[in-house]
Design a protein around this ligand. Structure first.
Ligand SMILES: [Zn+2]
Length: 429
């Protein structure tokens, strides 16, 4: 162990600052409460868009999406209308563990599949297609399997039975805790990072159980957070005083009232011409299409020279962007505006891959979940989910009140790694 201390980095996927504080205060998460008494808990912003693949890519690289090249769970390669699924191979900046000299244990960071050679241990998070390519070094695979490890809960189960889903969520967390314990004890490391991702799944399905004491799953909701807290507690009990401890979430979460489908709105207003009922995504887009959307609410102009049937000439881009922004500024469902904020590419993205960035990104209003809705016929509908992501209300926690640089206005998840580096530099002085 180095005398300057190790770094422990705990991620709680999707956990809002407000919820974490409340569950610490009401006794659901006593270990977190203990931590908050001896450190600083900050409310920070997510990336834009506020989804895990983008946010965790920014967290581990410290970069803007136009620098690391991940803009969503799906993408459309230039010159096609084919939907692609970016993964770790698509990440164009190095994660912090490939830049540091020390040995790292990296457990369950989303969008880091398939794993590759690194100095330490890496078990990728969702989306991981198979466990064989999720574990580095490969020699560790049999031990990970022996502990019944599973990368992600089977969310499909929630559509069949919530009890089945909760049981699977619990098993997945138990195994994650065991693998965490195993790696902590048997590996040498300078940096240890673990992300808990079941929290996000649970909040998507059961946000209403968090808010309603009469809800059938009220106790189950809190039970999952208590179990996460117990694993956090087992980690902090083993920390030394000079170890750096940082915790964060990648985005916030709030209640969800309605799904609203961006492509259906673009279609309704003549910007998009395609038949969502036909298979193959945008394969049948016709040459009159001015814009289309990819999840969550990224809008791309159908530019001439960029896409096969692109019709938007450079001189027309600005006017079309203005028209689309205006449409979504006034667009309402049930008397409620669907957007909280609308961003143009240059306001939010900077870096060498800006040409791959969406031209506009919409942020949904409170309770409104904006989806591209590739196959949606209607502009909005009710959903079985009760929680949705927010761009605001993510959190950052740092143990130790002294010598911690302040978190400035506008701090977002891509600033976390730089912040940890400044903490380390402070220790060196
Ligand atoms: Zn989520």
């Amino acid at each position: 162990m180095s005398c300057m201390g190790r770094t422990v980095f705990i991620g709680l996927d999707g956990v809002p600052h407000g919820l974490l504080k409340r569950l610490a205060d009401d006794g659901t998460m006593p270990h977190c409460r203990r931590l908050f008494e001896i450190g600083n808990l900050h409310c920070i912003a997510s990336t834009i868009p506020d989804i895990s693949s983008v946010a965790w890519s920014s967290i581990i690289t410290g970069k803007n999406p136009a620098e690391h090249g991940i803009f969503g769970f799906v993408d459309i390669p230039i010159n096609t209308y084919r939907i692609s699924f970016p993964n770790y191979l698509s990440l164009k900046s190095k994660p912090f563990w490939e830049k540091s000299e020390g040995r790292s244990v990296i457990l369950n960071v989303p969008s880091t599949f398939p794993v590759r050679e690194m100095n330490g241990v890496h078990i990728s998070g969702f989306v991981s297609l198979d466990l064989e390519r999720s574990v580095y070094p490969p020699g560790l695979l049999s031990q990970v399997k022996a502990l019944d490890y599973k990368v992600d809960v089977d969310a499909e189960k929630a559509h069949v039975s919530m009890d089945m889903f909760l049981s699977d969520l619990d098993k997945t967390l138990t195994a994650r805790g065991k693998v965490c314990d195993h790696l902590w004890q048997h590996e040498k490391w300078d940096t240890f990072m673990i992300v808990f991702t079941g929290t996000d799944r649970l909040m998507h399905f059961l946000w209403d159980a968090y808010e309603d004491e009469e809800h059938w799953y009220y106790k189950a909701f809190r039970g999952h957070f208590s179990k996460v807290d117990a694993i956090v507690g087992s980690i902090i009990d083993r920390l030394n005083d000079n170890d750096i401890l940082v915790m964060c979430s990648d985005h916030g979460m709030e209640h969800l009232d309605k799904n609203v489908y961006v492509n259906a709105i673009l279609k309704e207003h003549g910007f998009l011409h395609y038949d969502p009922a036909l298979k193959g995504g945008f394969a049948n887009i016709d040459g009159r299409t001015k814009a289309f959307s990819l999840d969550p609410a990224r809008i791309y102009l159908n530019k001439r020279g960029k896409f096969p049937r692109g019709c938007v000439a450079p001189n027309d881009e600005e006017k079309i962007i203005e028209d689309i922004c205006e449409l979504f500024q006034r667009y309402a469902v049930g008397g409620k505006a669907v957007c909280k904020a609308i961003y143009r590419k240059k306001e939010i993205f900077h870096g060498p891959f800006i040409d791959l960035a969406p031209d506009i990104v919409l942020i949904g209003n409170e309770g409104i979940n904006l989806h591209s809705g590739l196959t949606a016929e209607n502009t909005s509908e009710e959903t079985i989910f009760s929680g949705k992501h927010t761009q605001h209300d993510a959190f950052l926690y740092v143990r130790g009140r002294d010598k911690c640089p302040s978190v400035k206005e506008g701090f977002n998840v891509s600033n976390i790694i730089g912040y940890i580096d400044s903490l380390k530099a402070e220790r060196w002085r």
